[in-house]
Design a protein around this ligand. Structure first.
Ligand code: HEC
Length: 107
């Protein structure tokens, strides 16, 4: 698990220079969607219904504000395996992930 996360972090860091633009390019959004499925999904489930991490379905997050979710993703949840993503993702990218979580997994 840790190795997978570390590999994902490296992959993301390498992809970062192309991602600096804001608003996000369609390409970067597609990358983020894949990241959400594969990397966030490694803990939260490929369909976001939960695993090691809690479910991230629209229903499960209905009571949470966008700002609260963005903060959780940015800073992680101390004392749990949920890491802070601020070193890897810009605020705009985190906002895009929150938007995708709201839309749900449509695959
Ligand atoms: C290494 C495992 C792991 C990875 C990878 C991971 N998470 Fe988490 N995440 C957790 C755990 C565990 C929790 C639950 C913490 C708790 O018990 O409150 C959590 C909590 C959350 C929460 C808060 C949910 C709630 O209802 O309070 C959000 C939002 C979240 N994660 C989003 C993400 C996103 C987006 C990603 C990818 C960028 C991600 N997580 C990657 C383990 C992970």
């Amino acid at each position: 698990m840790r190795e997978a996360v570390a590999a994902a972090l490296v992959a993301l860091a390498l992809a970062a220079p192309a991602a600096a633009s804001d608003p996000l390019s369609p390409e970067r959004r597609a990358e983020l969607r894949e990241f959400l499925t594969q990397d966030c999904g490694s803990c939260h489930g490929l369909t976001r219904k939960g695993g090691l991490g809690s479910p991230l379905t629209p229903d499960a997050l209905a009571g949470r504000s966008d700002a609260d979710l963005a903060l959780t993703i940015r800073d992680g949840v101390p004392g749990t395996p949920m890491p802070p993503w601020a070193p890897l993702l810009s605020d705009a990218e985190i906002a895009a992930l929150v938007e995708m979580l709201r839309q749900g997994d449509d695959r």
